[in-house]
Design a protein around this ligand. Sequence first.
Ligand code: MG
Length: 196
Amino acid sequence: MIRIGYGWDSHEFKKGIPLRIGGVTVPHDRGLSGHSDGDVLLHALTDALLGAIAAGDIGTYFPPTDKRWKGADSALFLRAALQQIKKAGFHLVNLDSTLILQEPKIGPHAMAIREHMAELLDVDVEEISVKAKTPEGMDMPNTAVAQVVVLLEKRSGRERRAHAEAREPRAENVDTVVEKLVKSASSQRKVTHGRN
Ligand code: MG
């Protein structure tokens, strides 16, 4: 079974705070304000994961009115969402994301962000896509927006076993191995005999 999830978030730039995107600190003279560390990408991702299993959104679990989440590392929210999808029997297949912001340029940091997110999500970096656009024709010089889509998969017990075996073939039992050796030896004898 597969499920799609979608998340969207926006935060305002503010001077004097670090810019956190996808769990990485990106060098810039302004950061994103918010009740937590303002990580717009991890917030959109958290919503996408929860959305895929129709389990509410980030505010359901971490209301901004709760003082405990002031300045919190957004990886905490992400971990909670991962726990929810795991509990529901799903795992992440891949994610695609787009950041929309005037500056800074995200391209030079995209690989570091992808690698960090892959680590947080325990998947290969190839499963994580981070793209960025400037907001042409949109008057939003002080805003960063993130959009994320995720694909989740749930395997039945039989599918999980087949997948595990495909990755690591089950050891053959001794009888099968002996039978194969005898067969190949006898066919080699036939070839040799034919040549003679
Ligand atoms: Mg947010």
